[in-house]
Design a protein around this ligand. Structure first.
Ligand code: IVH
Length: 456
């Protein structure tokens, strides 16, 4: 394919991915892959500027669903995007450009979690919520006021004695807390309804409900990260951290993790620290956001096309990725437990390359309907062992067969048995089974038992 054909191909592909992500809440490629294709397209468009049409995915922020009967509303200030950084070099480059732009040696940054939810604009008049909208294309979003009114952590009217501007746009992210997501998926499973791959998709689905009563049944949360427009006669705090504290005083939830740091080494420390705590945070984050703390300095740096020069989103490795189940193997444990394991096409997820994922037991496989040949979402969060979250049914090849637990142990051939109170099958061979013998020996010499240092 020549460069121009590749460019057109990428424009179309990325448009499709945008639709899947923003409108259908059912992405079919991992974010990291999307980002890579996006960057490739940007590079090609720089080399072939005559091929860049107004509807190119690089000229748009998010995408809009014009088919549905929704009201589009104009944001008073556009909702822009953030430039992404993926490694230390991007971070150094960002800090260097900021210092050069401001003509200073060191910069104070406000560091925040990058919430993995949906960008929302809340418009208040006289301290009352009058309109809530999604980001849409950045200029206009879908009006979802009634649905947002059901979100408990969004203030509906002013409380306390803090003065409010006559009108104010509060920006933030609607998301689902991890614990609420797990509970929702359990409920969906119990009711035989579809489950969600991650809290973000669950939150998007909830926000899109046509019936606000349905949204109210799905536990959504809100976290504020900034302000859009504001009455011109009102003086906003002059630093980002103070702005967040002020929003907190008005009654908006803001992240406790926010810190002000100095210079590039401060950014790095924040990134490492939040990365280490990522798994234990109550909500999902896909990175951190660095913002020049002084708002005057932000204004001085300004914007390039769709993103501010004063901020950078430094992404964490994605915790979910798509892979293919190449085979399902049955593993024999120390006490004979037969555990099915998916052998996967190697995939980079959660910062490591994953080739296997436990499928727990045959009931779990039936419930998720996992078959050899399927494209699946693989998840590896923190140190937790990789899991197959969900099959992409739309991509299932023809003629797949459902998995069946073998009637005999795959290692020694003894009959497999299942006790009435257990969900797992076991090899009945005991220590005659070479697999059980080996695992028993490993256990015996291991750290948790005899702690033998070496064994010949
Ligand atoms: S500031 C002009 N702060 O990231 C800058 N955005 O690519 C406006 N996001 O969908 C964004 N956490 O909703 C900002 N702490 C944070 C954020 C954050 C998540 C989202 C935002 C938008 C995307 C920008």
């Amino acid at each position: 394919m020549d460069e121009v054909s590749r460019l057109h191909y990428l424009q179309e592909e990325l448009k499709r991915y945008n639709r899947e992500y923003h409108e259908l809440d059912a992405p079919t490629i991992p974010d990291a892959e999307y980002d890579a294709l996006y960057r490739e397209l940007v590079a090609l468009e720089i080399r072939h500027p005559d091929q860049v049409r107004a509807d190119s995915p690089t000229r748009r922020v998010g995408s809009l669903d014009l088919r549905r009967n929704v009201r589009l509303v104009q944001h008073r200030e556009p909702m822009l995007s953030l430039n992404n950084g993926f490694d230390v070099r991007d971070l150094q480059e960002f800090d260097r450009r900021v210092r050069t732009g401001l003509g200073v040696d060191e910069v104070d940054y406000c560091c925040e979690p990058k919430f993995d939810g949906l960008a929302i604009n809340l418009l208040y008049r006289g301290g009352a919520l009058v309109q809530g909208a999604t980001r849409g294309d950045g200029e206009e979003g879908e009006e979802v006021t009634a649905n947002l009114m059901t979100v408990k952590s969004i203030p509906r009217r002013r409380q306390g004695s803090e003065p409010w501007p006559e009108w104010l746009e509060v920006r933030g992210e609607v998301l689902m807390l991890k614990k609420d997501f797990e509970q929702l998926n359990r409920r969906q499973t119990g009711a035989g309804e579809r489950t969600f791959v991650n809290p973000r998709n669950a939150a998007a689905g909830a926000l899109r409900q046509l019936d606000p009563a349905e949204t109210a049944r799905r536990p959504l949360a809100f976290l504020a990260y900034g302000v859009g427009g504001c009455s011109p006669d009102f003086e906003l705090p002059d630093h980002q951290d103070a702005l967040l504290r002020w929003l907190g005083m008005l009654g908006f939830p803001v992240a406790e993790e926010v810190r002000v740091v100095q210079g590039e080494s401060g950014l790095r420390m924040f990134f490492e620290d939040l990365g280490a705590r990522r798994a234990s945070l109550p909500y999902e984050v896909d990175g951190v956001v660095y913002k020049v703390n002084a708002r005057k300095a932000q204004q001085k740096l300004g914007f390039v096309t769709r993103a501010p020069r004063f901020a950078l989103a430094h992404k964490f490795p994605a915790e979910e990725a798509l892979s293919t189940v190449e085979a399902i193997e049955v593993q024999v444990g120390r006490t004979g437990t037969l555990t099915p394991v998916a052998l996967l096409k190697p995939v980079f997820v959660g910062g490591v390359t994953v080739t296997r994922a436990t499928l727990h037991n045959d009931e779990e496989i039936r419930r998720k309907d996992i078959r050899v040949g399927d494209q699946v979402w693989v998840r590896r969060a923190g140190d937790v062992i990789p899991e197959v979250v969900k099959v992409v049914q739309e991509l299932r090849p023809a003629e797949t067969v459902a998995f069946e637990m073998p009637a005999t142990c795959p290692v020694c051939g003894s009959p497999a048995r299942r006790l009435p109170e257990e969900i797992s099958w076991r090899c009945s061979g005991g220590l005659h089974c070479p697999a059980q013998r080996k695992q028993a020996l490993l256990h015996f010499v291991g750290r948790r038992a005899m702690n033998v240092e070496g064994l010949g």
